[in-house]
Design a protein around this ligand. Sequence first.
Ligand SMILES: Cc1cc2nc3c(=O)[nH]c(=O)nc-3n(C[C@H](O)[C@H](O)[C@H](O)COP(=O)(O)OP(=O)(O)OC[C@H]3O[C@@H](n4cnc5c(N)ncnc54)[C@H](O)[C@@H]3O)c2cc1C
Length: 478
Amino acid sequence: MAERMLKFVTVPQAMPEKRAAEARRHDFGEIYRDFAQAQAASQASRCSQCGVPFCSVHCPLSNHIPDWLKLTAEGRLEEAYELSSATNTFPEVCGRICPQDRLCEGNCVIEKGFESVTIGAVERYITDTAFEKGWVKPIRPRRERDASVGIIGAGPAGLAAAEQLRRRGYQVTVYDRHDRMGGLLIYGIPNFKLEKSVVLRRAAQFAESGIKLELNCAIGTDITLQALRQRHDAVLIATGVYKARDIGGPGSGLGGIVPALDYLIASNRENLGDDVPDFRSGLLNAAGKDVVVIGGGDTAMDCVRTAVRQGAKSVKCLYRRDRANMPGSMREVKNAEEEGVEFVWLAAPEAFLGETDVSGVRAVRMHLGLPDSSGRQAVEPIEGSSFTLKADLVIKALGFDPEDLPAMFEEPALTVSRWGTLRVDHRSFETSLPGVFAAGDIVRGASLVVWAIRDGRDAAAQIDRTLQEKQALAAAAD
Ligand SMILES: Cc1cc2nc3c(=O)[nH]c(=O)nc-3n(C[C@H](O)[C@H](O)[C@H](O)COP(=O)(O)OP(=O)(O)OC[C@H]3O[C@@H](n4cnc5c(N)ncnc54)[C@H](O)[C@@H]3O)c2cc1C
């Protein structure tokens, strides 16, 4: 092993080439080029194959990272793909958009002193190669089962569950209110992080696997949850969280102040070739505008970088804490800065200025005080520190809460936590309604794709167990 691996001492860390900021500012293409095979093998060979692989320990999917790095270093890519896809429904997505700096790579043993193995880039390389070479095959279950499962939501949680249930032979139908599958992978996350062809290519594999999709179908409006429960032996709710947190204060009702997801969905649809009237009219288009984005998470980062690409005159990100305390990935902040975004740290909006449409944001400087009960430093305004930023488009990226699902589904017996997320039994994933399970952001609150995949896969295993028990009981009663 030593021959091929442990090269971190002599081989420096390298990412796939990143396109120059000036070039990538003008299009929505992904910003990293592909690894060549030799480069992927050489980067994989930097893995130290340590006794306790902290990369796997800190991966929500417990991916067998050292093993597929070794296979990649040895040029055994088909086996590497088999292994990486055994624990992950979407390795091509995680390779692109997981915050590896906080998960696997951030915990890589060689990080201290030698810089981590570029795990995400190798994962992406393995999976893209597998698609290119035709190693990604439709699912063919060993035996078909009569039992059917209805899944509400075609995001990563719902789709991960669909894949796992189909592998076990269940008849699976996924319902989504949108016209394409993918959830936030298709309509939230912009192309420069995750090109849509990557999501659509996986969608094709799912369709060929016999997973049925009912799109443009909103549960609660087009079909009731009750009808769905009658149609299927089990139902999984994986609807994500979509209620945008709002901001009040003087002028907050002015035109030109828009929620982040409306803005991102319009941009993603436009890039997919759809006709988007609010983009055409300029309402959800940053071209030629002074843009202020409020917030410091991944959504805010996606908005500022989208605005740059749409040709905004200036793009500023207003965040009430400092760089060290922002929730968004540091890598994304760096990318945004390279592309010309200006960060206004420790500042919060006080009022929005303008007659009918917004023309500016009055903000106040903040300072970080003592930690509050959550352990996070409280933010306090500095008196007399107000200043004004010019803005004719303000994008609110303050986070998301769950919609009121019991009301939406007309199921008051569906219990929720005090944050509105669905309550599930933490072992069985079952909600308060028998035979109805839940997974992903709707249970966890706004989180990460990798956690949604993990939850979807775990929920599928529990649905399988429940349905098999039901079947065994029915057989015993006969
Ligand atoms: C802008 C943005 C950027 C992000 N960037 C990253 C990132 O870089 N890395 C990362 O790991 N995570 C990122 N995230 C978080 C990540 O996208 C989510 O954690 C993940 O998508 C949650 O998966 P899910 O399947 O639970 O929900 P979703 O992906 O939200 O999917 C839920 C699906 O349910 C459907 N649905 C909802 N209600 C109904 C209904 N009543 N009837 C039928 N269908 C319904 C929706 O249309 C949607 O398709 C980002 C999130 C946002 C908003």
